[in-house]
Design a protein around this ligand. Structure first.
Ligand code: GLC
Length: 796
């Protein structure tokens, strides 16, 4: 079933049926003022933190998942009938209610029609501002005059702390207050505490203003509007349409304001709702003075679009696969920017329980935004480097607003994870390759706890951390966990995934050292790698694939002799990515991966599922079979499989794996994944589950950055390197070629790849503005603005 389509020209996804299998979300605002909105106007808002700065409420895991939200109810004063400007919450029958939602870059427009009344509700947060704008246009499409009342609805969190707001009601019900002050609703938590002007949300102060019609009446107490046994679909106050102008002190506060519109046939009226941080006096009145008119609202919306669109212009592709293009050009790139902003802290699923930047997640998230953010990434990258402690490991969680490098306590020994700082070997070189700032390696940055080092020094400590903590076979210890949260191997158990990551890191380090002309450093890394290779070859190869761990007692995990968890995707893919596998091992490992793990929805993380493996080794045993870390299709590692196949030159296989988890590939069968066909998901139920195919935890996942990276840098193979742009595609044989426009180091270039003889990989030379350059590296010296680079895939 299809519920919508991609409009790449407008950079929008158009939901044409509102009864999507789950609410389909979008994001508004920035890391200062964050907001989520769904195709039915559900969602919430928060200042900096969804967990502690919450002001618009969402009731987690309710039915549907996205209520309440930012609603407009409309009521015909003659007939008494009412509906909403989004299909939900009233939910009129779909044969009479038409609704199209356009999710764009940080804005959403919902256009609906009911009973000859047309509504267009637009939601966004103006660029750099700490207020949101809801614009409603109402048009009378009937032949007669109509009297329509509009009622806004949102529910204010009683306090910023999500926990207190939703759970600790003996406190939170009594600390909030709502008043109508000079025609503006003023909402306060802890009303008698003075406000800190520098931090308008603490203690909570919010204002809400209706513009475009007089406020006919208002309501601030939820009980009065919904009624004690009313619902969002059927608020009791809409039976009579009468509001009480009650200014509540305590209880559940809502923002209901009524505007009465008299509409001639064909007439359109426009209302604006502005809602933001601070009090009417401190912020509200000034904001309304400046932004509270339709012209300004349109200017701000255009400005917002332009700003987001310019970020997405850095990489533009045209391939024979339109769905692939929608992902690369718009949705995966946008999803990556959203994930970069919010880490794992705010969605309908991450409803505010997680806060701060998960270390390993955030460091990997850089890979999705290097091309769009470029130098803008640097502050965050430096911040994460200062989350590394002097021993080389890292703090598992970094709180960006309170982080104090040099003064943070180092994690307890048993809390270190074995992979955290190793992701720098992906992120840091990607940053340097994109920007050309090789001087970055010499920048001195503090460690989280004490001491400081250059960025290169930080990288070396990261390697030493693992090299100093090895188990009985000379492989790195698994510690609290490796990439797999559930892989709990402890201090003497060994993680093969980490062994491959360290091998990869040593290679990257050697290359950087060579570039910086530090032969001793280079030699150190190469020697360490040789030593590690011996340990890897000594124990990790199982005959047909690589094992995934050794336990504290020496038990081998991921071997043919065991009944469960025999084959594990990560150690096959990373054996290839790290270069540890011999060509024969690589071929067999990838064959086994397909044989044991592939399903129509992607590759399982491991198989067969866990049932008896001790939780102390594989915590994933707590999950049902076929989801998450228990033989689920974890979407994050799919890209590693894709990259490994590309490295081996198997373009058809890489593409098959890619499409199996690519959201857009499910657009016409969206009922399978259920979630947004434009957003990546953390995990998908595998075929051994009765829920097979359903994808879960959309938007904020490591899948996003890696899938973008794998598509652009491995399938399309356009890979920034410190000395230029590597052009090394590995595409399906059936593709006649593709084109990419790339914004690289300040130059706009076009790359045209032809594949006349139906090969996957193998470029022998490049033609740059007519001149032939041998090999597949476009050197910086040839990089001119407007350059056209042509290349042919000729096979190996
Ligand atoms: C989740 C976590 C991530 C971890 C992964 C696998 O996505 O956010 O840190 O690597 O699960 O366990």
């Amino acid at each position: 079933m299809q519920f919508g389509h991609f409009d790449d020209e407008a950079k929008e996804y158009v939901v044409t049926r509102p009864d999507t299998p789950r609410p389909w979300s979008n994001y508004l605002g920035s890391t200062e003022y964050g907001a989520i909105i769904t195709n039915n106007a559900g969602g919430y808002s928060f200042y900096r933190s969804a967990a502690n700065g919450r002001f618009l409420r969402l009731r987690s895991n309710a039915v549907p998942l996205d209520q309440p939200g930012r609603y407009f109810y409309l009521r015909d004063r003659q007939s008494g009938e009412f509906w909403s400007a989004s299909w939900q919450p009233v939910g009129k029958p779909l044969d009479r209610y038409k609704s199209v939602c356009r999710h764009g870059t940080a804005y959403t427009v919902i256009t609906s029609q009911y009973d000859s009344i047309e509504m267009e509700a637009t939601y966004f947060v103006p660029l750099g501002q700490t207020f949101e704008c809801w614009r409603l246009r109402v048009t009378n499409r009937s032949q007669k005059a109509r009297t329509i009342s509009v009622y806004t609805y949102c529910e204010f969190a009683s306090v910023g702390s999500l926990y207190n707001d939703l759970v600790n009601l003996q406190y939170s019900m009594f600390v909030n207050k709502a008043d109508m002050i000079d025609g503006m609703l003023a909402i306060a938590s802890h009303p008698y505490e003075p406000m800190d002007p520098a931090n308008p949300a603490s203690p909570g102060r919010y204002w809400m203003k209706l513009i475009g019609a007089p406020v006919a009446a208002f309501e601030t107490l939820r009980d009065h509007f919904l009624g004690n046994y009313g619902t969002y679909a059927n608020p009791e106050a809409l039976a009579s349409g009468k509001l009480t102008n009650f200014q509540t002190a305590g209880e559940n506060v809502v923002g209901v304001q009524q505007a009465d519109l008299d509409l001639k046939p064909g007439e359109t009226r426009e209302l604006l709702i502005l809602l933001g941080l601070g009090t009417p006096d401190s912020h509200g009145k000034a904001v309304v003075g400046q932004f509270g008119n339709p012209q300004r609202c349109q200017i701000e919306l255009d400005k917002l679009k332009q700003s987001w669109h310019s970020l997405l212009e850095s990489v533009r592709v045209k391939t024979p696969d339109a769905e692939f293009d929608s992902m690369v050009n718009v949705w995966n790139a946008y999803n990556a920017l959203i994930t970069y902003a919010w880490s794992r802290s705010a969605s309908l699923i991450y409803n505010g329980e997680r806060d701060g930047l998960g270390f390993r997640d955030t460091v990997q998230d850089f890979l999705g935004v290097t091309a769009s953010l470029k130098e803008k990434m640097r502050d965050r990258l430096e911040l994460m480097l200062t989350g590394q402690v002097e021993s080389g490991g890292a703090m598992p969680l970094l709180k960006p607003f309170s982080h104090k490098p040099g003064h943070e306590p180092a994690p307890a020994k048993e809390h270190f994870r074995s992979d955290d700082a190793l992701w720098f070997f992906n992120a840091v070189p990607a940053y340097v390759a994109e920007t050309g700032e090789s001087d970055f390696y010499n920048k001195v940055l503090p460690y989280a706890d004490h001491g400081q080092a250059t960025v290169l020094g930080h990288l070396r400590r990261a390697l030493e951390f693992n090299l100093e903590r090895v188990g009985r076979n000379g492989l790195p210890c698994g510690l609290a966990a490796d990439w797999n949260d559930c892989c709990n191997l402890g201090y003497t158990g060994e993680s093969v995934m980490v062994a491959f990551q360290v091998r990869f890191g040593l290679g990257v380090y050697a290359d950087i050292a060579a570039h910086l002309k530090l032969p001793q450093e280079e030699k150190w890394a190469v020697d360490q790698r040789e030593k590690l290779d011996k340990a890897i070859q000594g124990i990790c190869w199982d005959g047909q694939w690589f094992i995934w761990a050794t336990g504290k007692d020496g038990t081998i995990y991921g071997t043919k002799n065991l009944e469960e968890g025999k084959v594990y995707i990560n150690t096959q893919a990373w054996a290839v990515i790290s270069g540890a596998a011999t060509p024969a091992q690589a071929a067999l490992a990838m064959k086994s991966m397909k044989e044991y793990l592939f399903t129509p929805y992607g590759l399982m993380l491991s198989a067969p599922p866990f049932e008896k493996t001790p939780k102390s080794i594989m915590g994933g045993v707590v999950y049902n079979k076929g989801i998450k870390e228990n033989a689920g299709i974890f979407n994050h590692p799919q890209s590693w499989a894709v990259m490994a196949e590309c490295i081996l030159g198997h373009g058809d296989q890489a593409y098959e794996y890619y499409r199996a988890f690519m959201p857009a590939a499910y657009n016409t069968r969206a009922e399978i994944r259920q979630i947004e066909p434009y957003a990546h998901a953390q995990t998908t139920y595998a075929t051994c589950s009765p829920n097979a195919g359903k994808a879960r935890v959309p938007w904020l996942t490591g899948t996003v950055a890696w899938s973008y990276f794998a598509a652009v840098q491995y399938i399309l193979g356009i890979r920034p390197e410190i000395d230029g742009l590597r052009i090394d595609p590995c595409i399906p044989k059936a593709w006649p070629g593709f084109e990419m426009r790339r914004d690289f180091r300040g130059r706009k270039i076009t790359i045209k790849i032809a594949n006349p003889s139906g090969k996957c990989k193998g470029i022998r030379n490049l033609k740059v503005n007519g001149k032939i350059i041998p090999g597949n590296l476009l050197p910086i010296s040839e990089l001119t603005d407007g350059a056209v680079i042509e290349a042919r895939i000729e096979g190996d």
